[in-house]
Design a protein around this ligand. Structure first.
Ligand code: OKP
Ligand code: ZN
Length: 316
């Protein structure tokens, strides 16, 4: 029986951008309530966050000092815009964004320690748009990127694959590892769409050449298109790269009922995608898989989709 961890803290609900914003605290209620009601929660190992100051240290490994200070300052004065207006902080957002980094790192530690093989972190704010020097697209600090650095600095694991199936391109993660030969980044996303990046020609530079793989999909694309991209582009790249752990930027906004995205994935597509990721982790990574919540904005379906994803993680 595979051990799968689940991480969540109610503190993450304290970050609120604006009234009635799609990236809202209730997203986490949708997830936790579904996992409780479906009894899936009983099958999961609860995982704790690492403690302070780990989060601030990890954030310094990925983000620039002036940007970190800016987030702190804006929150210190009660909140405000962190970018042109897509990403807004309240008084608690700095602390909570740091806690999210510590939460995901806690999951990574549990996997490295062998306490669980796989884990899902239900954190917010999301992270995959956050670049080194700025907030972007509801994201403050890059949770997946900081977890990747945590793993590299605290284990023998050096080669990390990141798969991003959020409907939006994970531009922040791409940027952070663009010249890095130790991290492979693969993304399927609606294109053209926010944030505008993720064209097939963006493939990495220097040591990172060939390790960024973008699979843009036109509006109205289906799960079969995502799966075909994974089969034809991700699997061969991984065979060559031989990652030692798989990180997943798990956004559920490519679902057909999502109010933000324009792709048409069905519940069953999330089963297939999740199973393929599990297979990859088994083939290359001794089962090590860490999945982190990014987007997903339909409160009536988000919990169910995370449940489907976790169900696949629970199977060997
Ligand atoms: C975050 B995640 C133009 C619209 C901005 C931002 C979407 C962020 C999505 N101002 N939309 O990837 O789900
Ligand atoms: Zn998204």
């Amino acid at each position: 029986m595979v051990k799968v961890g689940f991480h969540y803290r109610s503190e993450y609900k304290g970050h609120v951008m604006t009234e009635d914003h799609v990236e809202c605290p209730e997203r986490l209620d949708s997830i936790v309530e579904h996992l409780e009601e479906s009894k899936l929660m009983k099958k999961l190992v609860p995982l704790e966050a690492l403690s302070s100051p780990v989060g601030e240290e990890l954030v310094r490994d990925v983000h620039q000092e002036p940007y970190i200070s800016k987030v702190k300052r804006v929150c210190g004065k009660g909140g405000g815009k962190l970018d042109q207006g897509d990403t807004i902080a309240n008084e608690h957002s700095y602390d909570i964004a740091i806690q999210a980094v510590e939460g995901v790192a806690g999951c990574a530690k549990a996997i490295l320690d062998g306490k669980v093989q796989r884990a899902f972190a239900a954190v917010r704010p999301p992270g995959h748009h956050a670049v080194e020097g700025s907030a972007m697209g509801f994201c403050i600090f890059n949770n997946v990127a900081t977890a990747a650095r945590y793993i590299q600095m605290n284990s023998e694991i050096k080669k990390i694959a990141i798969v991003d199936f959020d409907v939006h391109h994970g531009n922040g993660t791409q940027d952070i590892f663009y010249e890095d030969g130790s991290v492979l980044f693969f993304s399927t996303h609606q294109f053209p769409f926010f944030p505008g990046t993720g064209a097939p020609g963006e493939t990495g530079i220097g040591d990172g050449r060939g390790l960024t793989i973008n699979c843009p999909l036109t509006e109205g694309s289906r799960g079969s298109d995502v799966l075909a991209a994974m089969e034809s582009k991700l699997l061969p790249a991984l065979k060559k790269f031989q990652p030692e752990i798989l990180l997943v930027s798990a956004g559920f906004d490519a679902h057909k009922e999502d109010p933000v995205g324009g792709l048409l994935l069905l519940d069953d597509d999330y089963v297939k995608i999740s199973k393929m990721l599990v297979e990859i982790s088994n083939q290359y990574c001794e089962g090590r898989l860490l999945s982190v919540l990014e987007g997903g904005y339909n409160l009536d379906t988000l919990g169910h989709l995370v449940g489907i994803h976790l169900q696949a993680l629970l199977e060997d």
